[in-house]
Structure formats: structure tokens, C-alpha cells
Design a protein around this ligand. Structure first.
Ligand SMILES: Nc1nc2c(ncn2[C@@H]2O[C@H](COP(=O)(O)OP(=O)(O)O)[C@@H](O)[C@H]2O)c(=O)[nH]1
Ligand SMILES: [Mg+2]
Length: 411
């Protein structure tokens, strides 16, 4: 597919708009499978080469964007991989992207989403630099305006809203196609009109190449991470919720059994989770708040481990002090002197003071962290209220899991 043709065209657009039928009209033969049923839509990238007015034209048909399944991961991946393949497998690039729209179906929010999606995939300027709109169902247009004398051009000028915007962005490059016509003259004239627009783009612009696609990598990555964010969020919050529950259990049974070992394991788990979320974020910043949540749990675990070490240290020092006192007492007995008074009484209180200080610091820190986590939770809740949080709230009893134990130093 990499050999350069005189003209390379890529068909894009929503399933059912008539991409394959348009490809067939351009090539003048039934090259692509075009059908009314959504079951047999183009699922892979197909290309066909033909001669149009003596010029070699390559037409590439891609899987449709914006069909009813686009919200499903499988369909998303299929479309994205298909478009990627269409670009990468044809490194010489395309002279034009034919954005296929269907006359009669309004330029809806869904169509607008399709264009937005394609901009994310190909780069923000691809519509302005490389797109030609092919409006199919030209026969319906003619039937609707029969006798009114309205031309397609004047109809375009009357349009408002999103459609007007996209047409403006395309510098008015639009052509009406009737893919069902049997009129040879009409077949030729609509294809020739399209070819004139392609030639105009050829003269004034560059091909859309692999390099242009590389440049759009940032927006494409953003699109992918944004798409996957709800799922990553659900998985991560489920894992962090379990970690918090474990931490709370360990905090309630300090210094018992393999307490330290369990804490350390939990910290390793939190660190691994942080690394995972960080790599899933792919430098886009989309998962920032999620990373902060995991970071906060990591800090709390580190603090808990620090506390554990200090407690052990304190116990050791107390044990040392007791054995020193016992030794001093026995020496005094032997030498017959009065009992020894400790030289630096305050020094012996140091471990306890240190522990109290750590406990207080921890309490203050965790209170702050809890506030921060609840804030980011509320923020996310606003964003995803229709998606995952009601589910999480019910499934993981989130607010109670988030209420970290604060240490009461007076107890
Ligand atoms: N009436 C009419 N139907 C069309 C036209 N272009 C495509 N169709 C029909 O629209 C349906 C979907 O076309 P298809 O090329 O498979 O769309 P794709 O999914 O975008 O490739 C098919 O039943 C086509 O026959 C057109 O210009 N006029
Ligand atoms: Mg098709």
C-alpha cells in the first residue's frame, strides 16, 4: 500500500454515511462493500486503486467513527487502530481526507463529536488543511428541492450552527454526491468536481503524512487516556479503598503479629500502584488527581512505618535504661554507696516526647490529607457523577473508607 499513486484519498466519517459507496462512485466500480446493514460495515482498512480520467487514484476506506458502539472500548480501539493503520501503511501520505456526511441527517452533536474525535486523531488543523466534505444522498437533496430551484451551494450558505462552522473550517470545500445515480453524466461531473478540489489542495498544501500523524501524537494520547480514564479510575479507587481498609485494620492493632511486615507489603503495593497510574497517565496529566490519591496513601503508610520504627526504638531505649538502672543498683549495693540519681533526667523522656511529637504530626498531616482527598473526591464526583462514583460509593462505602483514623495523643 506504500507505493505513491497520483492521488491518494482517505475516506473518513460515521458508519452508514456512505463512505464505501462514495469510494465506489469515485473509482467507477463496485470496489468496496457498501450496505445498509450495520452488521457488515467496514471493520478493517480496505484500499482500492483505479483510473479516474487517466490518473491513478488510490482510495482507502476506514472503519466508521461514531457508530453506536463507539463508547465501547472494542469499537474505539478498532476505529483508532484502523485510522492509525491507514496512515502508517501509506507513508507517502494522503492528498485529501474525504469527510463523508449524509444529507438529510442533521449535523448533530454526534457528528460534531465525530469531527472532534478525528481532530484528536489527526491533529487540530487537519480539517482546515486536508479535508473535503462529501455530502452523500444527493438524490434525496434533489427530491427535497425539486421545483424550488434551490442549488446545493445556496442551501450550504443558508446553514447555521455546527455545520456552518465545519464548512468554514474546510474553506467551503464541499461536494454533493449521489451514489445511486445511473446517470453517467452526473457520475462524471460529481467525481470531476471532487478531483478539482483535490488538485487545488495538492497545489496549495502538503500531503498528510506519517510525519503529520506523528505530530498529532500528543492529542491522540490525550484522547486515549481520556477515554480510558473512567475505567482506570474505577480500578485504582477499588484498589486504594482496599488498601485503606487494610491500613485502618493495622492501625487498630498496632505492634501485633507481623504488623510491620504487612505495612511494608502494603507500601510496596501502593508504590506499584502509583507507578502503574503514572505510566497509564502517559504524561498527559489526565490522571493527576488519581496519582495524588495514591501518593497520599503512600505517605500515610510511610508515616505509619516511621511510627513503628520509633516505637521500637523507644522500647529499646526504655529496655536499655532499665538494665542500666538495674546494673547501677547492683553496683551501689556492692560498693555500699547511696542509690544513684540519673545524671540527665530529661534525656530519658526523649523517646516518649519524640513519639508524642510524631503522633501529633501524623494526626495533623492525616487530617490535612483527608481533607484534600475528600476535595478531590468531590471534584471527581462532579465530573463523573453519572458514571462511576455512585457505583463506588455503594460498592466500597467510600466516605467511611476515606475517614482515616487520627491518633489521640491523650489516650
Ligand atoms: N439514496 C442513497 N443512498 C446512499 C447514498 N450513498 C450511500 N447510500 C446508502 O447508504 C447505506 C450505507 O452506505 P455505506 O457506503 O455502506 O456506508 P459506510 O458505512 O459509510 O461505508 C447503503 O445502503 C448505501 O446504499 C446516496 O448517495 N444515496
Ligand atoms: Mg463502509
Amino acid at each position: 500500500m506504500s507505493k505513491s499513486s497520483e492521488i491518494d484519498l482517505l475516506l473518513i466519517g460515521k458508519t452508514g454515511n456512505g463512505k464505501s459507496a462514495t469510494g465506489n462512485s469515485i473509482l467507477g466500480r463496485k470496489a468496496f462493500k457498501s450496505c445498509a446493514s450495520a452488521d457488515s460495515v467496514t471493520k478493517s482498512v480496505d484500499f482500492e486503486v483505479g483510473k479516474v480520467n487517466g490518473r491513478v487514484v488510490k482510495v482507502v476506506d476506514s472503519p466508521g467513527v461514531g457508530d453506536t458502539e463507539l463508547d465501547k472500548e472494542k469499537a474505539f480501539t478498532l476505529v483508532l487502530d484502523g485510522l492509525k493503520f491507514a496512515i502508517v501503511a501509506n507513508p507517502v501520505g494522503y492528498h485529501a481526507f474525504l469527510l463523508v456526511l449524509k444529507y438529510g441527517s442533521r449535523f448533530t452533536a454526534e457528528e460534531h463529536q465525530t469531527v472532534k474525535f478525528l481532530k484528536h486523531v489527526f491533529g487540530q488543523s487537519f480539517v482546515g488543511d486536508h479535508c473535503i466534505i462529501v455530502m452523500t444522498n444527493g438524490d434525496t437533496f434533489v427530491n427535497n428541492h425539486e421545483g424550488s430551484g434551490k442549488t446545493f451551494e445556496s442551501w450550504c450558505e443558508e446553514q447555521t450552527g455546527e455545520f456552518k462552522e465545519i464548512l468554514k473550517e474546510c474553506n467551503g470545500r464541499i461536494v454533493l454526491f449521489d451514489n445511486r445515480t445511473r446517470d453517467e453524466e452526473q457520475k462524471t461531473s460529481q467525481t470531476q468536481k471532487l478531483m478539482r478540489m483535490v488538485d487545488h489542495l495538492r497545489k496549495h498544501g502538503k500531503r498528510y503524512t506519517d510525519e503529520s500523524f506523528e505530530n498529532a501524537l500528543k492529542t491522540r494520547t490525550l484522547l486515549i487516556v481520556e477515554f480510558k480514564e473512567p475505567l482506570i479510575r474505577e480500578e485504582t479507587l477499588a484498589e486504594t479503598s482496599l488498601m485503606i481498609q487494610k491500613l485502618e485494620k493495622l492501625q487498630a492493632n498496632r505492634l501485633q503479629g507481623s504488623w510491620l511486615k504487612q505495612l511494608e507489603d502494603l507500601l510496596i503495593q501502593a508504590e506499584a500502584l502509583y507507578t502503574k497510574v503514572d505510566s497509564q497517565d502517559r504524561g498527559t496529566g489526565v490522571l493527576k488527581s488519581l496519582k495524588e490519591t495514591v501518593q497520599s496513601i503512600k505517605s500515610q503508610l510511610s508515616d505509619e512505618i516511621k511510627l513503628c520504627f520509633n516505637t521500637v526504638k523507644k522500647n529499646e531505649m526504655l529496655a536499655n535504661k532499665n538494665s542500666k538502672e538495674a546494673r547501677t543498683e547492683s553496683q551501689t549495693d556492692q560498693q555500699g554507696r547511696p542509690s544513684c540519681v540519673m545524671e540527665h533526667p530529661n534525656e530519658n523522656d526523649e523517646p516518649m516526647n519524640e513519639l508524642l511529637k510524631i503522633l501529633e504530626d501524623l494526626r495533623l498531616k492525616q487530617t490535612g490529607q483527608r481533607r484534600h482527598m475528600m476535595d478531590s473526591y468531590s471534584e471527581s464526583k462532579g465530573k463523573f457523577q453519572n458514571l462511576l462514583f455512585p457505583l463506588l460509593l455503594s460498592r466500597f462505602n467510600w466516605p467511611s473508607a476515606m475517614s482515616f483514623k487520627s491518633f489521640n495523643v491523650t489516650q
